[in-house]
Structure formats: structure tokens, C-alpha cells
Design a protein around this ligand. Sequence first.
Ligand code: TRP
Length: 445
Amino acid sequence: MKIARFSRIGFILAAAGSAVGLGNIWKFPYITGEYGGGAFVLVYLITVALIGFSIMIAEMFIGYKGRKDTVTSFEELAPTKKHLWKYAGFQSVAGLLIMTFYSVVIGWILNYIVTSLSHLPASVKEAETTFTTMLHSGFWTQFFYHSVAFVIVTYIISRGIKGGIEKLNDYLMPSLIIILTGMFLYALSLDSFGKAFSFMFAPDWSKLNSEAFVTAVGHAFFTLSLGMGAIMTYAASMPKESNIVHSALWVVFLDTAIALVAGLMLFTFLYQYGSGPDKGPGLVFISLPAAFYEMGALGNFFAVIFFIALAFAGLTSAVSLVEPMVQYMIDRFRLSRIKAALSMGLFFYIIGIFVILSGLDGTKEYLTWGGKNLFDWIDFLTAAVMLPLGGLVMSIFVGYVVPKSEAEATLKPYLKSYFEIWYFSLRYIAPIALFIVILNLIGIM
Ligand code: TRP
């Protein structure tokens, strides 16, 4: 069978498409708002540079050398104890779990595209009512759009790496970048831009507690799509003789740039037309639509293209959350791609319905434990526990288990004298930081 591989630029776009997602445009601005801006952003940026980038290279390396699904790649690369190391590949299940709520949120966004065409809320109060009504009693709306997201994602994945995933990213990623750049330039012309800029870049250390630190590290993993084998699975289809380091740099750069641009733009709008930055998960669904309303006619147009951009970002990430398990089913169980895509799709689709129910009046009582509903639990377990743990396993695997000579042979030509720095970060900095995060979590829980 002929193996379909990405083109070089196709790989970079797909991996960047995976990284740039709801995490950048929805989550990053609201957690930055919650944890007080500058200091949080700084911790996040340092984590991305010091740990994220090293693990990105490690994850690409495992996929690129293993050339298979995550489980098989770990098994192939482990010099000894292959039967144990293969279990490291099962961290891909985290992707399906993330997808159970990711798909629901994409659904909200699709709904907002449609409603923003004709109507924007005239006040924050109205925006809040609209959003909470959808959350607490809009079962059919959420169910309908969650189903649409399920159909699109499953269809794209069933078309394969080249005809599905690469094509999707070839169209959506440039469109996303154009929309955000256009809106950013407009934000740049507004008075409040300076205020947004100092909110994001002037650190207020008093707001930085250990919870903010853990959240920043967890988010660095989430936003770079690290720790569960999404990047690994894509890297298995990199063209031969690829420059891993160059690709990793591009992905990290695009992901960080888009998060910062989105944050600056949203905070500018919120200062200029709305209620200021700290609004929690409702930021883009509550404060932002109300701010768009204040802009007048331009606001409607901005609202629609903004939610389209957000949907694009979400969809290109969604396919990367599901693809690792699909690849696993194809490689290990010899399922056809269509059957694999459908079965993994149904998994997140069905659990996703319970995620919707966990926010709904009348059913949420049955789906809430210890103050967190199913949605929050899955978010917490994946982003805060499974991804850092997955990152820890990968750094140990490449830093200690795989012979150094193998990493050197593949990466030294590109990393040159930086190789030792990367290797040091992988062996010491990344595992220690991740270990602290995990310990902290146990304390926080
Ligand atoms: N990075 C995406 C975002 O920022 C989400 C995502 C896609 C992801 N694939 C992943 C997160 C793999 C962790 C692991 O929204």
C-alpha cells in the first residue's frame, strides 16, 4: 500500500492547524484575564520557549522515526521493554476525551456564526442571558451543532491525511490568518490598544500564585498540542528528510503569535467597547458579542468573521485530536480508514452528548461530582493531568531511553551546537518542571 505523506508546507500547516485552536483564541485570552495579565503571559511564554519547544521536537522525533501510530512508534523506538513502552502510546486516548467537549464548543461557535448574522446582544446582560440560556436549557441547539461538528470532523478524517487533513488546513489556515490580521489591524487603530498592550505585557507579580503557574504550564502544553501524540501522529507522515527543528520552530512561532494577536485584539475591543478583560470562559461568548454590538454595522460583520475564524481554528485542531486513535485503529486492528474514523467519531460524539447534559438544568445534578461537572472534569483531567504526564513520559523516553546516538543522528544536523542545550532541557528542565506541576496538582485537588 502506498503511504500518503504530507508535503513539507502541508505538514507545517497541519501541525500549526492542530496547535492553533480554541486554546489560542478562546482559552488563552480568558485565562490571561483571570490570572491578571502580564505575569501570567510571561510564565506562559517562558514555558513555551524552555519546555514546549523541546518537547515539540521530541514528539516530532518519535513520530518521524517510528513512522506509525503512537503505540507502535513507542514500541519500535524503545530499545528494551517494548511491551511496556507501548502503553505510553495510549496517551492518545486523551485526544478523544478532549474532543468530547471540544466538539460541543465548536458547536456553540457554529451557532454564534448563524445568530450573529442577524442579531447581536445590546448589552452584556442580554449577552449573558443568551449564552446561559443556551448552556442551561438549549439542549437541541447544542445537540444539533455538536452533530454538525461530528459530521465534518469524521468526514475530513475519513478522507485521509492528504485528501482530508492536509486539504482542510491548506484552505482554513491561510483564511484564519487573513481574518485575524485584518481584525488586528483595526484594533491597532483604536485608542484602547495601548491599554490592552500593557494589560498583556506589564507583569503584576502579585497575581501570580502557584495555581496560575500550573495553569500556565498546562496551557502551554494544550495550546501546542503536546503530550498526547497529535504532533507525533502527524510527524509519522512527514516527508522523508524533513527538517524537524525548522518545522517545530514554525509551529511554535505561529501558535504563539496567533495567541498574542488574538489576545491583544480581544482586549482592545473589550476595553474600547465593552466591560474590560476578566470575564472567564464567557469572554468570547458574552463580553465580546456585546462589544461588537457597540461597534454598529461593522460589529455584525466582525462578529460573523470572527466566529468563522474561531470555527476554522477549532476544526483544524479537532481533526488532530481524533486522528491519533484513528491511525492506531488502522495500524493495529486493520480497520479501514472509514470504519476507524466512524467508530472513533461515535465515541466522542456520544460522550459529548453527556457533556452537553452536564450543563443542562434538570440533568446537571446527575453529572456533577465534587463541584465540577462532566465538562470541567474532562477538561481538568486532560489539560491539567494527562497532557503534562504525557509530556513527562515523552521527555524521559527521548532523554533517557532512546540511545542518544539516535537522537543525534536525526537532529544534530539541524540543531547543530544547540543539540546539547535541547538534550539538557529534555533530560532536566522539562521533567523537573512537569514533575512540579503534577505534584502541585495533587496539592490543589
Ligand atoms: N492545541 C489546540 C488548541 O489550542 C487543541 C489541541 C489539538 C490539542 N490537538 C491537541 C491539545 C493535542 C492537546 C493535545 O486549542
